[in-house]
Design a protein around this ligand. Structure first.
Ligand SMILES: [Zn+2]
Ligand SMILES: [Zn+2]
Length: 238
């Protein structure tokens, strides 16, 4: 009976792929077809053991992590995709055009990638990178939190929503130069109810790592209150 109604609903409001517009099965839980998912630029094989940057010539660490081991405050970071092509436009729609429903597909991709790296197994909590309150209200949702929700449900790891916060209003990162970004983001996060994090390992979730400055600043705030390990997971990286 349910299937019958789904068929009727699909006739009037067909489910289509958010990238190519092809019809999806009326039972489909996803909003992105397999062909489009396969076309996204996945990061694999050779990468920096710390920050996850692709290393096309091999090696253990990227230049930054090799020369400045303390540059990033997190312990390890991995990203599922490179931030380009059709995935880039899709993430922009997810963030700025209200397509929050894409969190379900994106969260699944992140969860699948998470399972490939055993260090994530240590994590006791999942924490989303917070948005400042003005942007949170304007947008109606925090995209990192939507992704973190999906991953939390799939992995069975509890999410901490209100522990990490933004200190001051920061300008949108994409409008700034690399140097300005670092200045803008530095010291802009703080932790509330820090007791819960003492000696715990966490997974920090964001949608995109552009310079890694944001996730590093969050990690620094988390480490300052005694968090043992911070493992970052992002959907994409620049
Ligand atoms: Zn498609
Ligand atoms: Zn690195």
């Amino acid at each position: 009976m349910k299937i019958f109604f789904l068929r009727i609903a699909n006739f009037f409001h067909p489910v289509t792929c958010s990238v190519c517009g092809d019809d999806l099965s009326f039972l489909s839980q996803t909003k992105i077809c397999d062909k489009c998912k396969e076309s996204f630029p996945v990061i694999k094989n050779l990468l920096c053991q710390k920050c996850g940057m692709p290393l096309y010539d091999g090696g253990e660490y990227c230049c930054i992590c090799k020369k400045h081991p303390k540059e990033y405050a997190f312990d390890k970071m991995r990203s599922v995709y490179l931030y380009k092509d059709s995935l880039r436009s899709l993430i922009l729609k997810f963030k700025y055009s209200g397509r929050s429903f894409l969190a379900r597909d994106f969260g699944l991709y992140m969860y699948e990638a998470m399972k490939l790296h055993s260090f994530y197994n240590d994590a006791e909590f999942i924490i989303p990178v917070p948005l400042n309150i003005v942007r949170r209200i304007k947008r109606g949702y925090n995209q990192a939190e939507l992704l973190a929700n999906e991953i939390s449900i799939k992995a069975g790891i509890p999410i901490l929503r209100n522990v990490l916060s933004r200190k001051k209003i920061t300008k949108p990162q994409f409008k700034l130069s690399k140097l300005e970004r670092a200045k803008n983001i530095k010291d802009s996060f703080f932790v509330k109810n820090s007791g819960i994090l003492k000696s715990k390992s966490v997974i920090l979730i964001d949608d995109i790592a552009t310079t890694s400055a944001t996730v590093s600043a969050c990690s620094l705030a988390l480490k300052t209150v005694g968090t043992k390990k911070v493992y970052v997971l992002t959907l994409a990286r620049d």
